[in-house]
Structure formats: C-alpha cells, structure tokens
Design a protein around this ligand. Structure first.
Ligand SMILES: [Cu+2]
Length: 79
C-alpha cells in the first residue's frame, strides 16, 4: 500500500536523502519517493505505517509533517 504525507522544510537533495533515509528505516517500509518541489513523500509498505511513526521519523530527521494529514485535530479546534 502507499501512504502520502507532505513534509515541510526540505530545501535540497541532502534533505531528501535525510527524510527518505529516516522513513526507509521504519519497519515494513519498502520504498520512499520524495518530491522535493511539493514536499510530497510517498511511502510504499506491505502493511499500514502508523501516522505517528511517520511523523516521529520525519521529526527525527529535522523536518515536520504538514498538519493536513492529521484527521480530526484541526476540526476539533474549530468546534
Ligand atoms: Cu537540504
């Protein structure tokens, strides 16, 4: 299956390497494709990768995941 997140803060190929390396080290991840222009990161895996694991890996590499990918959080703040 494929999971797409938007990563903020990447500016060059070194950033791309850091993010794809961190995500590629997660269990069950088979492939990571990073679009530097848009920040979109597509993760291919055989099982679903928890959003929290993805965010932790991205943060560990020094970047952040755009909040659009977090269901519910923004909605609760608007109520
Ligand atoms: Cu960079």
């Amino acid at each position: 299956m494929k999971t797409t997140v938007n990563v903020q803060g990447m500016t060059c190929q070194h950033c791309v390497g850091s993010v794809s390396g961190a995500l590629g080290d997660l269990p069950n991840v088979q492939g990571v494709v990073v679009d530097l222009g848009s920040g979109d990161v597509e993760i291919t895996s055989d099982v679903e990768i928890p959003q929290s694991s993805i965010e932790d890996a991205v943060k560990g590499a020094g970047y952040s995941v755009a909040p659009e990918g977090e269901p519910g959080l923004g909605d609760n703040l608007l109520i």
